[in-house]
Write a protein that binds this ligand. Structure first.
Ligand code: XMP
Length: 326
């Protein structure tokens, strides 16, 4: 009989057998459910012989890297290294406005940074890194064959093909037969915090595809701050679990406003919140109480985030709109 408990035991035994008594494993973590559950499982199986790498690409959410390091490193005891590559990523993104170009740059730079870190760890460990952990889910396995939408691009982010060839790493994918809800259940069983288990998905290219137009340090600061307030309010008002995904996007237009007796001319934040089962179609999150809450969030953002004087709510369904703006 298949149960989640028996899955854990079997998978840990399988990993131990593959990796052996001295082998080591590297894997990228992001703080998302999939990579965290995969990392936890690997840590249960081989302890410190698993090396997690968190690449700070400069377009994660506010304080996200420190938070993930604390959660995985301090709380879960996972061997984790943060690679601060924010300036490298932002340098390469300079002047770039096309969404797909942003994705390509971030994906390629991610692979470059991850490979360099993995090689360093391998050197320190005396060449014992033999395996690469990936939190691939069953739908990812299917999609890579049949679906050529934006998610096809997702593949390029996680496709660390060069590493597999150059370092001759073998792939371990403990979640490749599971669906998202099963991964959440697994995470719960493994003792992960609810906060972690129920996290909204966050795209690999991060807030770079939520800043329309050029991604600069200043734009990142504005988008991060607005998003932070938005998510904080969603959580404190009890909406987080009802919403499948929510974020603030920064629009590349200026609008007129009034502050005291002065005219302002500043940027616009678009708030998005959707309900969906599979992220292929999505409805906007809407109710009378939610709109009252949005009103409060809007004034908080305008009052607290410098450079923003207007907030709009995105009421488009997917399709024809996508969940992300880029
Ligand atoms: P869209 O915008 O296509 O998004 O409706 C569907 C889901 O996929 C996420 N998404 C991405 N995730 N890299 C990722 O890792 C990407 O380039 C990317 N683009 C979209 C999006 O956040 C949503 O959950």
């Amino acid at each position: 009989e298949w149960t989640m408990e028996s899955f854990i035991d079997k998978e840990i035994a399988r990993i131990r057998k593959i990796v052996g008594p001295t082998g080591r494993v590297v894997g990228a973590v992001s703080g998302g459910v999939d990579s965290t559950v995969a990392a936890k499982l690997m840590h249960e199986a081989i302890g410190d012989r698993f090396h997690a790498i968190l690449v700070d690409n400069g377009v994660m959410r506010l304080n996200e890297c420190q938070l993930v390091k604390k959660m995985l490193g301090d709380h879960m005891g996972i061997n984790i290294k943060v690679s601060d590559a924010a300036d490298l990523f932002l340098g390469k993104l300079k002047g770039v406005t096309d969404p797909e170009t942003k994705r390509k740059i971030i994906g390629n730079t991610f692979i470059e940074v991850f490979e360099a870190e993995a090689a360093l760890i391998d050197k320190e460990a005396g060449g014992e890194i033999e395996f690469l952990l990936q939190g691939t889910l069953y739908p990812d396995v299917i999609e890579s064959i049949s679906f050529k939408g934006p998610s096809a691009t997702i593949k390029t982010h996680h496709n660390v093909g060069g590493l597999l060839e150059d370092m001759k790493l073998k792939l371990i994918e403990p979640l490749r037969e599971l669906f998202k809800d099963e991964v959440r259940a697994l995470g719960k069983l493994l003792g992960l915090d609810d906060e972690l288990v129920w996290r909204h998905p966050f795209p690999g290219p991060g807030i770079a595809i939520r800043i329309l137009g050029e991604v600069t340090k200043d734009q990142v600061a504005i988008a991060r701050h607005a998003d932070h307030i938005y998510i904080e309010e969603i959580k404190s008002n009890g909406y987080y679990r009802q919403i499948s995904q929510a974020y603030a996007a920064l629009l590349p237009v200026k609008a007129v406003g009034v502050m005291g007796d002065k005219r302002t001319y500043e940027q616009v934040i678009a708030l998005r919140a959707v309900e969906t089962k599979d992220f292929m179609t999505a409805d906007i999150f809407a109710s009378a109480e939610w709109f009252m809450c949005l009103k409060r969030i809007s004034s908080r953002i305008i009052n607290e985030v410098k450079g923003v004087n207007r907030v709009v709510y995105d009421i488009s369904s997917k399709p024809p709109a996508t969940i992300e703006w880029e």
